[in-house]
Design a protein around this ligand. Structure first.
Ligand SMILES: C[S@@+](CC[C@H](N)C(=O)[O-])C[C@H]1O[C@@H](n2cnc3c(N)ncnc32)[C@H](O)[C@@H]1O
Length: 142
């Protein structure tokens, strides 16, 4: 399982409460300060905090002896990325996602539906008011 954009660890800690004891969770975070904080606050052998960018998922899956991720959860700010980085991340996400897995993307703007559709066969968009601010959640599968 992989989480992109670990941030302050809110998602990471909730995911760890829900996943199986045998799961591994690879958490990607490019910000060094957040990364250090994540390492300090995440006391769980199942979590691997990676100070690197999410498009390198293939390299890190192989490093940890996985071919693909069962599921990928992302709260990356895709709309702020260059087109090239966004494409790289989505290309690698779809390439290294298990055929029966799901990719969840949390976004504050509903602008990436068409782009996600290029990489995933099914894309469902929901809007959640339980988050503050309210958020769009894309649920994608291959
Ligand atoms: C909206 S925040 C995520 C908040 C997080 N869900 C939490 O629980 O705190 C987005 C995070 O993505 C990180 N980020 C930005 N570009 C990234 C990339 N290419 N790869 C991995 N993380 C990245 C940012 O540093 C930021 O911490």
């Amino acid at each position: 399982m992989s989480s992109s954009g670990g941030g302050q660890g809110v998602f990471t800690h909730e995911i760890l409460k829900l996943i199986n004891p045998a799961c591994k969770l690879l958490v990607f975070e490019t910000n060094e300060t957040f990364c250090k904080k994540l390492k300090y606050t995440t006391v769980d052998d199942r979590a691997v905090i990676i100070h690197d960018s999410a498009e390198k998922i293939g390299y890190y899956l192989e490093k940890h002896n996985f071919e693909k991720a069962d599921h990928i959860i992302s709260s990356l700010p895709l709309s702020m990325f260059s087109l090239e980085l966004k494409e790289d991340i989505l290309q690698n996400t779809s390439c290294f996602l298990n055929d029966r897995g799901q990719f969840l993307q949390f976004q504050y703007a509903p602008f990436d539906y068409k782009r996600l559709k290029k990489h995933f066969r099914k894309v469902k968009m929901n809007f959640s008011i339980r988050n503050f601010p309210p958020v769009f959640v894309y649920r994608c599968s291959l």
